[in-house]
Design a protein around this ligand. Structure first.
Ligand SMILES: C[S@@+](CC[C@H](N)C(=O)[O-])C[C@H]1O[C@@H](n2cnc3c(N)ncnc32)[C@H](O)[C@@H]1O
Length: 301
């Protein structure tokens, strides 16, 4: 998504070393490889081994210029150290799940199919969606739905989940969708289902914490003049990105008492997008999911 816009902000240069932190189908990585030709490198991370295998197959023509890493992007620093890469020229994050993952009936990300309640990007991990809905207590469930789904009926839905599972363990996305629909009655719609599913997915994959950790590492690892570009689809993600960039761009530290003068700080980045960049109307028409995309970028100083 936002392919041209992201590339314009990342501004890859021939011979540079770039990270695509969310490889997915490899669309952005391919464009990075094209623009860094003939000797530039792209290191592609994905937590999902199936996405990684498919993207690696597509990017095979790039040979050794493309390196695939099966890891959460919060392991950025450790994985680059393993590859003996000390500094990078830029990094791109295109967050969330891919259309392929949403459309794949065995992954449990979508309420459109009746599939096992899974939602793990990386199936090596233990925690899955079934475990969240079958074992988290009422308070935890309500908080997840409220915080990650911004769902106004969080308490009501959480109570219905707890009541239902006292009789039947949840095993499929269909079970969960029908309990949400029954709880909300007339208020039930695709948007409520989407909010609840999204909230559980964020919890299963620990998405917000991973993002916070990865941004900190990305800022440290990018060399002067290099760019960090993040496309998010959720207001909480966008807030994390905005805050991390603002913090790294600060030039002064204010004293809590207000009695002492501000201390000058050396800013780490310069903000390139005062306001987040959204998808063009043409892209939204082609792909409605692009409507919620927000892109922010900084340049490392
Ligand atoms: C929106 S898709 C990326 C699409 C990609 N830019 C393209 O051009 O096809 C997001 C991908 O990032 C992966 N992903 C999401 N969060 C991740 C994380 N914390 N660590 C590693 N991969 C992650 C998902 O598995 C998914 O394949």
């Amino acid at each position: 998504m936002l392919l041209e816009e992201a590339l314009a902000l990342l501004a890859p240069v021939p011979g540079g070393t770039y990270v695509d932190a969310t490889l997915g189908g490899g669309g952005h990585a391919r464009a990075i490889l094209e623009r860094t030709s003939p000797s530039g490198r792209c290191i592609g991370f994905d937590a999902d081994p199936e996405a990684l295998a498919e993207a690696s197959r597509r990017l095979r023509p790039a040979g050794e210029r493309f390196v695939a890493v099966h890891a959460n992007f919060n392991a950025l620093e450790a994985e680059l150290a393993r590859l003996s890469v000390e500094r990078i020229d830029g990094i791109l994050f295109d967050l969330g799940v891919s259309s392929h993952q949403l459309d794949e009936p065995t992954r449990g990300f979508s309420f459109r199919f009746d599939e096992p309640l899974d939602m793990r990007m990386d199936r090596r991990q233990h925690l899955d969606a079934a475990q969240v809905v079958n074992t988290y207590d009422l308070g935890e469930l309500a908080q997840i739905l409220r915080r990650f789904g911004e769902e106004r009926y969080a308490g009501l839905i959480a109570r219905s989940i707890v009541q239902h599972r006292a009789r039947h363990r949840f095993t499929t996305t269909g079970d969960l969708a029908s309990v949400i629909k029954r709880a909300l009655g007339k208020a039930a719609g695709v948007k409520s289902l989407a909010r609840v599913f999204q909230a559980i997915r964020i919890e299963v994959n620990n998405e917000l914490e991973s993002l916070t950790e990865a941004l900190e590492q990305a800022i440290q690892l990018t060399r002067g003049g290099g760019r960090i570009v993040v496309i998010s689809y959720h207001s909480l993600e966008d807030r994390i990105v905005k805050e991390a960039f603002r913090e790294a761009s600060r030039t002064t530290r204010r004293h809590a008492t207000g009695l002492l003068p501000d201390t000058p700080l050396r800013p780490l980045v310069r903000i390139l997008t005062r306001k987040p960049v959204g998808a063009s109307p043409q892209e939204v028409k082609r792909n409605p999911r692009a409507r919620s995309a927000k892109m922010r970028a900084v340049e490392r100083l």
